[in-house]
Every structure is written in structure tokens, then in C-alpha cells.
Write a protein of this length. Structure first.
Lengths: 239, 186
């Protein structure tokens, strides 16, 4: 059996200690915290990995998001086995109507959109029309919808730090070098005695590892390339 | 060499010094040597540690803090583990014990690392070792770096390599700097 494709984040700290040749554990939890922060940042800004959530829109035409939700990648509606993406509309009014201390939403947001009169088959019609629109209510950490959404299940793909407080946080094996170079860089940068050139080398090592990781993540196979190429071929005359 | 042989070696060299006084000087010299060696490589102290088995973990009823009484006085070393180089379960490696500064307990309690790390932090204090949370076991084994004068006479003592003559030199320095014995007759 080969080595696993994911490793616990605590093992990354141990691998780092081993690479340093320092086996004392006096700094291990400090390193772990630095690593978790770096791993979270990489998950948000670099890795492109996301979590999926299937909420049902409540009676106020809104959904609450999980505590670890940072930003959405895609919000959609399941249709024929694929995701029908919904449309962002930052002009939506964020409902704040209350009744007896309970949020009741905004009735205007719950009015079904008149699909038949959208004129999207018209020659002058523009794209971007949809049956359900959304806007992020950051203050209340809710997604607000406009249209016939109440009771519908939607799909929210969202970014999180990837750090699990309830179980083991697992790290993809391909991030091991990246995280170790990150830890090295951070350790040196928080030490006031570190010469500037040493810190700069550590920073470069991190960005080299990051490029290597990005190249791996964004790579595609020959077949995938050919599929993309063939998808542009058509039998109609070329103009 | 065992402890008694080291003392006799010093007494032979400096016959005017009593054995107990020599022991005290060697203890100081030994602490100095260990400190210097520790600065070079803090993770390689296995050879200079003494293992204590079956050290009980107790719960302080006043504070609810779990602790073990230090089985022996330890040498003070410049990191947060002090002379307590390692704590392990009696068998196996779990739970894992890591040295933490007592102040860091509060810091880590609010950070993700404190919530997801399953290892048990320990902090040596003057007389005992306090554990960050319940280790879930009743006894541990400890590797302690103890002062020279706390070894038994027939205990074999490892001197850091290349430091044998340095110990004698430090002892000589200390003895030569000692004020002469008072001859005053009261």
C-alpha cells in the first residue's frame, strides 16, 4: 500500500520538526497554530477547494450559512443532474421586516418572477435573466433570494478555512511542501533576529512551492485537452 | 564513571577539598556544562536524563488542575520544559505530552490549535508538573535531567562528550576562587 493522499495537519508539524532536525516539541503547538492559519489562507485564496451545502430556502426567502462559510463559489438549483446557477443581484433590498420580534422577510422579495414575460427569446433580450436572484447579507450572514424560492432546495458551494474543530483536519499530500515552506517563512519572519536575506529566501521558497502546487492543481490530461478542443468543432461551414 | 568515582577524582586532584564540598562544586560545574550543551542541541538530552517510572497523576481538589509531583529536583534549562525532557504514558506513545509555558494555556484555549490538538500540555513548576487538561491516564514515566548531587553514589553519570576536562577546569576555577578556610580562633 502506498502512503495516504491526505495527512493530519499535526503530521505536517512533525514533518517540519524532522526537516529542521529538531525533535523537541517545545514549539509544536505554536507551529500548529501558524500552520492552521496558513492552511486556512491557502484554502481561501489558492487551493480552489470548496464545501457544498444543500439548504432549503426558508419562509422569509433566505438561508443561513454555516459558521465556517467565508464566501460562496457558486449558488445554484439542482436541475437534470447539473447545477442551474442563480444570478447575483446587488440591487435586492435586504429584508429587515420584523413581527413580534421574529424576522418575517420582505413580501416583495417573495413574489415569483414572471418567467413568461422575461422576453429572453426576444432578439433584443440580454442574458443574465433567471427565476431566482440572490444577494449576500453580510451583517446577518444570510443569503437573500428574490423570486419563487420559498421551500426550494438550493446548492451553495462555498469556501471555508478547511480547518475542522470537531474532527481531524486533513491536508492533501500535495500541500505538504507548500505548508512546510510557509511555516519556515513565518517562523523566521516573526523572529526579530532573522537577517533580512534569510527571510527573503524563505519567502521565495514558499512562492516556489506555491507555484509548483498551482501547476499541479491546474494541470490537465491530454484527453481533457482534446475534449476541450473537440467541443469547438462543428460540421457547419467555417466562415 | 559513577558519581563517587567522579568525586574521588576531584578530591584526588584537590586533596584540601572535602568530598561534600567537591560534590557541590561538581554540581555547579555540571549544570554549566549541561547548559552549554543544551544551547548547542536542546533535543539531544536522552543520555543525560534519568527515567522515573510510575509517576502518579493526581487532581488538585482546590484548583481541579491535574498534576504530578516531581520525583526529583531538576536542572533548570532555558526552555519551557526545563529539566523535564520528556513525559510519556507508561506504555506506548499516546497520549502525547508537550511542554508549554503556563501562560500559553490561556492563549491556546482561544486559538484553533488549542481546540484541535489532542496532545497534553505540561508545565513544570517549582515542585510539580501541571497538566493542561486531564491526561486520561493515572501514571506516566518521565525523563528528568537532575543535578549531580541528586544522583545516587553508584549511579553511572554521562558527561557530555568533550567536556570531561572542562568539568575539572570549572571545578578548579571554583576551588581557586574559594576564600581560604577561616583560621581564626574564637
Amino acid at each position: 500500500m502506498d502512503t495516504p493522499a491526505v495527512i493530519p495537519v499535526t503530521e505536517v508539524v512533525k514533518s517540519y520538526l524532522n526537516s529542521k532536525g529538531t525533535y523537541t516539541k517545545i514549539n509544536s503547538r505554536r507551529y500548529l497554530q501558524m500552520l492552521l492559519e496558513g492552511f486556512g489562507d491557502l484554502n481561501i485564496f489558492t487551493s480552489g477547494s470548496f464545501k457544498t451545502y444543500y439548504p432549503t430556502i426558508d419562509s422569509t426567502n433566505r438561508i443561513s450559512v454555516p459558521l465556517e462559510y467565508i464566501d460562496y463559489v457558486r449558488i445554484g438549483f439542482p436541475m437534470l443532474g447539473e447545477i442551474w446557477t442563480l444570478t447575483k443581484n446587488d440591487n435586492l433590498i435586504l429584508p429587515n421586516a420584523m413581527d413580534c420580534g421574529a424576522e418575517v422577510g420582505d413580501s416583495e422579495n417573495m413574489t415569483p418572477i414572471d418567467f413568461a414575460n422575461l422576453n429572453w427569446a426576444d432578439y433584443g433580450a440580454t442574458g443574465g435573466a433567471n427565476f431566482l436572484y440572490y444577494r449576500w447579507d453580510k451583517e446577518n450572514r444570510k443569503l437573500v433570494f428574490q423570486g419563487d424560492g420559498v421551500g426550494r432546495q438550493v446548492i451553495v458551494e462555498y469556501l471555508s478555512t478547511g480547518v475542522s474543530l470537531s474532527g481531524d483536519t486533513m491536508v492533501p499530500r500535495e500541500m505538504l511542501s507548500l505548508l512546510k515552506t510557509y511555516l519556515r517563512w513565518q517562523e523566521l519572519s516573526y523572529d526579530d533576529r532573522t537577517p533580512m536575506n534569510k527571510e527573503e529566501i524563505a519567502r521565495r521558497n514558499f512562492y516556489d512551492a506555491k507555484n509548483q502546487y498551482n501547476n499541479f492543481k491546474n494541470s490537465f490530461t491530454v484527453n481533457e485537452f482534446l475534449d476541450a478542443l473537440y467541443s469547438t468543432y462543428r460540421q457547419t461551414p467555417k466562415r | 564513571m559513577n558519581k563517587q568515582e567522579i568525586i574521588e577524582l576531584v578530591v584526588t586532584r584537590f586533596p584540601q577539598v572535602h568530598e561534600r564540598v567537591a560534590e557541590a562544586w561538581i554540581t555547579l560545574a555540571f549544570n554549566q556544562i549541561l547548559y552549554e550543551d543544551f544551547r548547542k542541541d536542546p533535543s539531544n538530552f536522552d543520555f543525560y536524563s534519568k527515567t522515573y517510572k510510575n509517576v502518579a497523576i493526581l487532581k488538585d481538589p482546590d484548583t481541579d488542575i491535574y498534576y504530578s509531583t516531581l520525583p526529583q529536583q531538576v536542572v533548570q534549562l532555558p526552555d519551557n520544559a526545563e529539566g523535564v525532557r520528556r513525559i510519556n504514558a507508561m506504555k506506548g506513545l499516546m497520549p502525547e505530552f508537550i511542554p508549554l509555558q503556563r501562560d500559553s494555556w490561556d492563549v491556546f484555549a482561544g486559538l484553533d490549535a488549542g481546540k484541535i490538538d489532542h496532545s497534553i500540555g505540561f508545565s513544570p513548576t517549582n515542585e510539580r508538573i501541571e497538566y493542561e487538561r486531564n491526561p486520561g491516564i493515572s501514571k506516566v514515566r518521565m525523563d528528568l535531567v537532575i543535578p549531580f548531587d541528586k544522583y545516587d553514589d553508584d549511579d553511572f553519570i554521562n558527561i557530555p562528550s568533550g567536556s570531561d576536562l572542562r568539568i575539572i577546569a570549572i571545578v578548579e576555577q571554583l576551588i581557586n576562587g574559594t576564600p581560604p578556610e577561616s583560621k581564626l580562633n574564637n
